[in-house]
Design a protein around this ligand. Structure first.
Ligand SMILES: [Zn+2]
Length: 72
């Protein structure tokens, strides 16, 4: 197991979601910030960003994400 922890402060739960966002005021259009979230905090983190009018996308933190290491 190679668990990634939730990005929520103080949370040690393993992350099951990726919260992908950027701040349009400081990040260029091709920048992406990624938070990781457990089931309990994914909605909190998404709302936190949405409340600031940041573009936010939530996707499952599956093993086969685009930037995963290729396995040979
Ligand atoms: Zn959490």
């Amino acid at each position: 197991m190679n668990d990634v922890e939730c990005s929520r402060a103080g949370c040690r739960a393993s992350a099951r979601w990726r919260v992908i966002w950027r701040n349009p005021r400081i990040h260029s259009a091709d920048r992406r910030k990624v938070w990781t979230a457990c089931d309990e905090h994914v909605a909190y983190l998404r709302e936190f960003l949405a409340a600031r009018d940041f573009p936010v996308l939530v996707e499952p933190a599956t093993a086969e994400t685009a930037d995963a290491e290729p396995s040979s």
